[in-house]
Design a protein around this ligand. Structure first.
Ligand SMILES: Nc1ncnc2c1ncn2[C@@H]1O[C@H](COP(=O)(O)OP(=O)(O)OP(=O)(O)O)[C@@H](O)[C@H]1O
Length: 366
């Protein structure tokens, strides 16, 4: 069966969603990369195999219409999670359920109707747009591939509609990507992602390559589109102030694992995990009144040889012997948060709230 034929037969599983079930559920997901030296060098030099655990067993769920964000320092595995979800990487183990169906091991043909509904927006819009194609052809491609318009005229109309929806003009379709600014190119990427009529968008640092003045405009557009089209977002960003104000829930990643998952309001007013506290202390202008700042120390360890026990223990001021040997599993705190920390469980980590509010980034509609 052609991809197109498959694509036209899929339907949204409303029954599944109406039961309050998550649209996406990731269970015990792992992705390991073999980063060993070439075989002969290894044998000659007596080196062992080197396995990099980019994602090392994570669980989370996202409800329809929600924005779930992943934060963490560079190299913690956020982009790998994004690529696993849209099928650009296969997981080493674990499952990825989209509307209750495990999509982790699906073939290209089986995945086609799911790919239509699960799109990704990348950090660098220029790299993700074919420079030799006119914008109209870039946006028309998914419409044609998934059989979403019945004639060439209908495709053109739809392209014009999408360009208008992202704040551009239908005549912009006649230009090439290099004729646009960075912000406009990201609008084109969004139009292309929307062209396949998705329900779920994975947004990997969608504004971090843009000028600060333009970032808020793109974020405001994404929010408007979410409301208008009922989209669900997995959002990845380094900018914690942005994450605070655009997310419903947030997952904090450290060396391929989730240190904490909590509703955004809870995470930014009562961070539990020492790593979350450390990240929040890097937010400029966050008034910490009533709570001590936790200094940011050390660097993310090499993921090929992660520390035993809790991977954060070498940087954690609250670590004890248990943290050095026993890996903590996420535990519910009773107020909607999940925290993987022995110190929090044992009451060794202070639980003082942050009294100040994270400032709204300039231009972002609060
Ligand atoms: N294809 C690959 N082969 C080998 N290692 C990889 C591959 N992709 C990612 N990694 C490694 O996996 C780890 C996690 O990378 P990833 O890009 O997911 O992190 P990240 O949190 O998104 O970082 P950043 O914010 O810098 O993008 C890193 O150590 C990275 O070098």
């Amino acid at each position: 069966m052609s991809e197109q034929a498959v694509a036209t037969h899929d339907t949204v599983d409303h029954e599944h969603l109406e039961k309050g079930a998550p649209i996406l559920a990731v269970k015990s997901m792992k992705r390991y990369f073999d980063v060993s030296a070439p075989w002969l060098n290894r044998v000659l030099e007596g080196q062992p195999k080197q396995i990099l655990k980019a994602v090392d067993g994570i669980d989370f769920e996202i409800k329809a219409g929600e924005t779930f964000s992943l934060v963490g320092e560079s190299g913690c595995g956020k982009s790998t999670v994004a690529k696993l979800i849209v099928g650009l990487h296969g997981p080493s183990s674990g499952s990825i359920e989209f509307e209750g169906r495990d999509i982790a091991g699906l073939s290209r043909t089986e995945m086609a109707p799911i790919r239509r509904r699960l799109q990704m927006i990348f950090q660098d819009p220029y790299a993700s747009l074919n420079p030799r194609w006119k914008v109209r052809d870039i946006i028309a491609e998914p419409i044609k591939a998934f059989g979403l318009a019945s004639s060439e005229d209908a495709v053109s109309d739809r392209v014009g509609e999408l360009l208008t929806q992202v704040g551009l003009s239908p005549v912009d379709g006649e230009k090439y990507p290099h004729e646009f600014s960075g912000g406009q190119r990201q609008r084109i990427s969004i139009a292309r992602a929307l062209a396949s009529e998705p329900d779920f968008l994975v947004c990997d640092e969608p504004t971090s390559a843009l000028d600060v003045s333009v970032q808020a405009q793109i974020l405001n557009l994404m929010r408007d589109l979410q409301k208008e089209l009922g989209l669900t977002y997995l959002f990845i960003s380094h900018n914690l102030a942005v994450v605070c104000h655009v997310s419903d829930r947030v997952g904090v990643m450290y060396l391929g694992r989730l240190a904490e998952v909590a509703p955004s309001e809870t995470l930014f007013s009562r961070p539990r995990h020492p790593y979350t506290r450390m990240l929040l202390d890097t937010i400029p202008d966050l008034e910490m009144s009533g709570r001590e700042r936790m200094p940011v120390g050390g660097e993310v360890p090499n993921p090929i040889t992660p520390p035993p026990g809790c991977a954060f223990h070498p940087r954690c001021p609250f670590a004890n012997d248990r943290c050095k040997t026993e890996r903590p599993e996420p535990r519910a705190t009773g107020d909607g948060a999940l925290v993987a920390c022995h110190g929090v469980e044992e009451g060794r980590v202070p639980d003082d709230p942050i009294m100040g509010k994270v400032p709204v980034p300039e231009g972002l509609n609060a």
